[in-house]
Design a protein. Structure first.
Length: 302
């Protein structure tokens, strides 16, 4: 019999008695601003701008906007050829006065060191905050569909003393291999059925690590991600391979963004985490959230 404790509720202030909610500085780094990522950026930017909490929000993605992105991502025709992260950081930085948003688009992130460099204090302006009391809370938001990059984020999560890692992933739409040369009217009944019944689901996984709590991140929950992680690094992929990412439904991207915002809202407004995984099905119009149950024999001292 698998004995388990009750569902885990993480108090982000417990174990740090000298810290108060007002002393938390949310250092948020988001990997990817494509289908899920651009929708998440829109939601998170508006939320952070009205939250009143000290924060920094860094968008990381070296990809350029292509014409195909205009159809299912929140970019404009006149922005084709520009860097996605730079465009969104400039757009929402101008739209929201109290949003501290930046971009990093110089290169692909391919190692723990690359990720750690994004959390250096070079981006920070703590003029109005007491450095002696300020507690930086690192938070990674992963929106990539590349197994290698996910494995790097998982390794970073384990390397940090304290870290939140929220990962969003979707099921891709199933399309015929010759979709670019054959009109949908020419698809077989089986191909149409595969298309209509795919691409509706996804999940968001929230991991957290500190000296008090441990809630596994996505690479420990969906272990098949690590099995696929021997694929090419993004920098080793051809332009054609990078451009041919799996198609996703816009409504599913928005479900993912709302689920991510749900976690971030609870973290910032309540200083706690009460959920672990959120499953969603856009066609069935539902979300279902699970808590993390710590096995009784598991050692919780980290």
């Amino acid at each position: 019999m698998n004995l388990q404790q009750e569902g885990l509720t993480i108090d982000l202030l417990e174990g740090n008695p000298a810290n108060q909610a007002k002393d938390l500085f949310y250092y948020i780094v988001q990997m990817g601003v494509g289908g899920n990522g651009s929708e998440i950026t829109r939601q998170v930017s508006q939320f952070l701008s009205t939250s009143g909490v000290p924060h920094i929000y860094i968008l990381v993605d070296p990809d350029e906007i292509s014409e195909k992105n205009i159809r299912n991502q929140i970019f404009l025709k006149e922005e084709v050829g520009l860097k996605k992260a730079d465009v969104l950081a400039e757009r929402y930085g101008a739209a929201y006065e109290n949003l501290n948003i930046f971009s990093f688009s110089d290169k692909f992130i391919e190692s723990v060191k690359d990720v750690a460099n994004l959390f250096k204090p070079d981006y920070l302006d703590l003029t109005n905050y007491s450095r002696s009391r300020m507690r930086l809370l690192p938070c990674m938001i992963g929106t990539v569909d590349n197994a290698f990059t996910r494995s790097v984020l998982g390794a970073t999560f384990k390397a940090f003393n304290e870290c939140i890692y929220i990962d969003a992933g979707n099921e891709s739409v199933t399309l015929p291999h010759d979709k670019l040369t054959r009109d949908m009217s020419e698809w077989t009944e089986e191909e149409l059925a595969a298309y209509k019944n795919s691409g509706w689901t996804g999940q968001v996984v929230c991991g957290y690590k500190s000296n008090k709590y441990y809630q596994p991140c996505v690479t420990e929950v969906l272990t098949n991600i690590l099995e696929e992680a021997n694929e090419l690094r993004p920098s080793e992929m051809s332009c054609q391979e990078l451009a041919s990412s799996d198609p996703q439904r816009t409504i599913v991207n928005r479900y993912a963004a709302l689920a991510v915002l749900g976690y971030l809202s609870e973290i910032i407004e309540e200083q706690q985490i009460t959920s672990h995984i959120t499953h969603f099905h856009a066609k069935a119009k539902y979300m279902r959230t699970e808590q993390y149950f710590v096995p009784l024999e598991e050692n919780t001292d980290f």
